[in-house]
Design a protein around this ligand. Structure first.
Ligand SMILES: *Cc1c(COP(=O)(O)O)cnc(C)c1O
Length: 441
C-alpha cells in the first residue's frame, strides 16, 4: 500500500485513542510512521522527524537500539510467550531480581502486568485486600489528587482527577477522596477527617504529567509519606511516567529518599519497546497475602500476557543500557542543557506562559489564546512541517525526548518548537498550516 492507500484505509477502519475521529477524517492527512532509528522517526514518504515525546513518553534509549533489538531477537529464538500462571521463566525472574535491587526500600516483590493502567489497578486491589485481610477491613477508601492521571481503565480512572477525561464515566467509578495537588496541608486535612477509612493515598511523585506537568514543591513527597505513616495508610507511587531516569534519577521517589509501599512502573520499563508493567510491593504487604489455601488470601488477579518473555527481555536489555551508557549521568547534562535552551529561546516568546520542567520532562504553557483555537494542536502541526513530532496536553506543549537525545538533536528540538510556537501564534495560523500540510503531502 502506498501512503494514500494507507491513509484511506486508516480513515475507514481505525479508531484512534484520545482522538476525535471526525477531525481525524476531515482534517489534515495523518502522518504514518514506518520506521525509526535513535531519536528520529521516518514516515512512509521518507521524511524524518525528531521524536519529541518519546513515542508517548516511553522511549528511553532511542529506537532500534542494537542491544535491545538483539535481546528481543535472542528471546524470540527461545520462546515468545509462556504463562506466568503456574509457570515461570528466566527473563521474568531475572528482571524481578533487577527491579527489586533498583527500587527504593524493600519493594522486593514484583507483580507483572501489561500497562500503566493495569499496574495501578493492581496496586489499588492489593492495598484494599491487604487491609481487608489484615484486621482493618474499614480501610476501603482511596485518596487521589485533583488533576491526577493514573490510566484509563475504570479503577485507575476512579483514582484519577482530570475532569475532562473522567467526568462522563463518574457514574461507573468508585468514590474517592480528593486532595489538592502538591498541597500537604490539604492532604493532612483530608486525612484528619477520614484517615481511619483510607486504604491508600496514590500520587504521581514529583510531577503530575498528564495534568500538564504540574510540579510538586520540594518536600511534598516526604510529607505524603509522613502523613501516610501517621494514619496507618499505604502510599502508592505511580512512577509510570517518572520512572526509568525521566526525572534525572532512576525513580522520582529517590529525589526525596521516599519509600512507597507500592510502586507502579510501565512506560519506560522496556525502553519503549513492548507493553510491560510492574507493581512492586513491600515485603510487609506481600506477607499480608500469605496463608494456607483454605484461607483465600490469594491475590486473585492476572492477565494472559502477564510477564511476557519478549517484553521482559527488552526490559533487561534496557536496564543494561542504563549501566553501559551511563544514562543517568547523561540525563543530568541533557536536562541542564534543555533548561538553558528553554530559557534562551522559548521563555521570551510572548505567547509562552509558565515552563515547568524536571529532568527531561517538560511542559510549556501557552497563554493568551481562546481554547477553541486549539493552539497546542497548531504547534503540533507547525512542528510536524519543521521535522519534529510533539503532542500537546491542551494548551501545554510537552517536550519529553528519549533520554538518549544528543546535544545537536536537543538544540534542533527546542529551536524548532520555539519557531512552531511563534508560527502558531500568527492570526491566520490554522489556514496557513493546513494548506502547507496539504501541499507537503
Ligand atoms: C501513562 C500513564 C499511566 C497509564 O499507562 P498506560 O500504559 O497508558 O495504561 C498511568 N499513570 C501515569 C502517571 C501515566 O503517565
Amino acid at each position: 500500500m502506498n501512503t494514500d492507500e494507507l491513509i484511506a484505509a486508516d480513515r475507514l477502519h481505525l479508531w484512534h485513542p484520545f482522538t476525535q475521529q471526525q477531525g481525524w477524517v476531515d482534517d489534515e492527512p495523518p502522518l504514518i510512521i514506518e520506521s525509526a532509528s535513535g531519536c528520529r522517526l521516518t514516515d512512509t514518504d521518507g521524511n524524518s522527524y525528531i521524536d519529541g515525546v518519546s513515542s508517548l513518553w516511553c522511549n528511553v534509549h532511542g529506537h532500534r537500539h542494537p542491544a535491545i533489538d538483539q535481546a528481543v531477537r535472542d528471546q524470540l529464538d527461545r520462546v515468545a510467550h509462556t504463562t506466568m500462571l503456574g509457570l515461570s521463566h528466566p527473563s521474568a525472574i531475572r528482571l524481578a531480581e533487577r527491579l527489586a535491587a533498583l527500587a527504593p526500600g524493600d519493594l522486593n516483590r514484583v507483580f507483572y502486568s501489561d500497562s500503566g493502567s493495569t499496574a495501578v489497578e493492581i496496586a489499588i486491589k492489593m492495598a484494599f485486600q491487604y487491609h481487608a485481610q489484615n484486621g482493618e477491613p474499614q480501610r476501603k477508601r482511596f485518596v487521589r489528587l485533583r488533576e491526577a492521571y493514573h490510566g484509563d481503565t475504570l479503577g485507575s480512572v476512579s483514582v484519577g482527577g482530570m475532569e475532562l477525561f473522567h467526568s462522563i464515566y463518574r457514574p461507573l467509578l468508585f468514590e474517592t477522596l480528593e486532595a489538592e495537588p502538591g498541597d500537604a496541608n490539604d492532604l493532612a486535612r483530608v486525612l484528619d477527617e477520614h484517615g481511619g477509612e483510607v486504604a491508600a493515598v496514590i500520587v504521581e511523585p514529583l510531577v503530575q504529567g498528564a495534568a500538564g506537568m504540574l510540579l510538586q514543591p520540594a518536600g511534598y513527597l516526604t510529607e505524603v509519606r509522613r502523613l501516610c505513616d501517621e494514619h496507618g495508610i499505604l502510599m502508592i507511587a505511580d512512577e509510570v511516567a517518572t520512572g526509568f531516569g525521566r526525572t534525572g534519577m532512576m525513580f522520582a521517589c529517590e529525589h526525596e529518599a521516599v519509600e512507597p509501599d507500592l510502586m507502579c512502573v510501565a512506560k519506560g520499563l522496556t525502553g519503549g519497546y513492548l507493553p510491560l508493567a510492574a507493581t512492586l510491593s513491600s515485603e510487609r504487604i506481600y506477607q499480608g497475602f500469605l496463608g494456607a489455601h483454605p484461607e483465600y488470601r490469594t491475590f486473585f488477579h492476572g492477565h494472559t500476557y502477564t510477564g511476557n518473555p519478549l517484553a521482559c527481555a527488552a526490559a533487561l536489555a534496557t536496564l543494561d543500557v542504563f549501566e553501559n551508557e551511563q544514562t543517568l549521568d547523561r540525563v543530568k547534562a541533557s536536562a541542564a542543557l534543555l533548561g538553558e535552551l528553554l530559557a534562551a529561546e522559548v521563555e521570551p516568546i510572548a505567547s509562552v506562559g509558565e515552563i515547568r520542567r524536571v529532568g527531561l520532562m517538560c511542559g510549556i504553557e501557552l497563554q493568551g489564546f481562546e481554547p477553541e483555537r486549539r493552539s497546542g494542536h497548531l504547534v503540533t502541526l507547525a512542528a510536524r512541517l519543521r521535522g519534529v513530532i510533539v503532542r500537546p496536553l491542551g494548551d501545554v506543549v510537552v517536550l519529553m525526548p528519549p533520554l538518549s537525545i544528543s546535544e545537536t538533536e536537543l538544540r534542533e528540538l527546542v529551536s524548532t518548537v520555539a519557531a512552531s510556537i511563534e508560527a502558531a501564534a500568527e492570526p491566520d495560523a490554522e489556514q496557513t498550516l493546513v494548506k502547507a500540510l496539504a501541499a507537503a503531502s
